[in-house]
Design a protein. Structure first.
Length: 279
């Protein structure tokens, strides 16, 4: 519970925000563009009658999604902190939903507090694309070696200089980051969609076609990520899966801090910010 002095009118509200980033030019305010931050500012300002500018924890790019991005704003509104989620969800577009709201200390800053962030990158791996995943997964029809991708993950764990996994133009004091976990999970679509049925009968075609009817999810947890770092990790692991990069070379690639040695930046649509947990 946050305690404020009796004469204090100002309070800080923390929002946990989920959104489908398909129709937005990223999180951050941009001239003549629709952004998640802009929609939040508009809805909160209309609700409170104040000029509100939120501070976001993660400035996701265009097309990137979120289950749990975090934002804060200051207000003198008498609306209880936990009620803002209900009021704002009546005003926001249907592809932006507040998952929770609460009052926090006035010095709480979503970008500068110590935290752990979890991202997921989803790959649709089958012969043909599926319309339902067109905005939320990167499509790849190749016969990806998931075991090699999983083996390559081990080299990322721990504290490293990830300069080779950062796009040009990033303005940061240091490129050293800590990754606590990195996992590659394979989900067979037949089993996921037809639980209890005989998956052998679900799809016609060769054994190779049946094998490549799956979602591959890359899940990473760390204390922070550089510009496009998760997408570059995903693109590099894809190259490992295609046997273009040997999994045993991953440690050398990270240590080199050479962007040219890592894989390409995977498309934005497959990326999702799952959670920001403050510690």
């Amino acid at each position: 519970m946050v305690v404020r002095r009796k004469n204090e009118k100002m309070k800080r509200i923390k929002l946990t925000v989920a959104y489908d980033g398909t129709n937005y030019h990223g999180w951050q305010i941009q001239p003549n563009a629709i952004t998640v931050e802009g929609e939040l500012n508009k809805a909160i300002s209309e609700l409170t009658g104040e000029h509100i500018e939120v501070i976001g924890a993660s400035r996701t790019d265009a097309g990137v999604h979120a289950l749990g991005n975090v934002a804060v704003f200051d207000t003198e509104s008498r609306i209880p902190g936990e009620k803002f989620s209900y009021a704002l969800n009546q005003r926001l577009p249907e592809d932006i939903i507040i998952q929770s709201s609460e009052e926090v200390a006035l010095d709480f800053h979503p970008r500068y507090q110590e935290c752990r962030k979890t991202y997921e990158y989803t790959i649709l791996n089958r012969k043909f694309p599926l319309p339902e995943y067109r905005n939320t997964a990167h499509f790849d029809y190749g016969n990806l070696d998931v075991k090699a991708m999983q083996d390559a993950c081990k080299a990322f764990i721990g504290e490293h200089d990830f300069a080779g996994f950062c796009s040009a133009g990033a303005q940061v004091k240091t490129t050293v980051r800590t990754i606590y976990s990195l996992e590659v999970e394979c989900i067979e679509l037949g089993k996921a969609k037809h639980d209890g049925e005989n998956s052998e009968d679900l799809y016609a075609g060769t054994d190779k076609q049946k094998e490549n009817d799956r979602l591959i999810r890359i899940r990473v947890n760390g204390n922070g990520f550089l510009y496009n770092m998760v997408r570059i990790i995903a693109g590099t692991l894809l190259e490992v899966g295609k046997e273009n990069i040997p999994s045993e070379k991953m440690g050398e690639i990270i240590a080199s801090t050479d962007r040219a040695k890592a894989g390409p930046t995977a498309p934005a649509r497959g990326l999702k910010l799952v959670e920001i947990r403050y510690v």
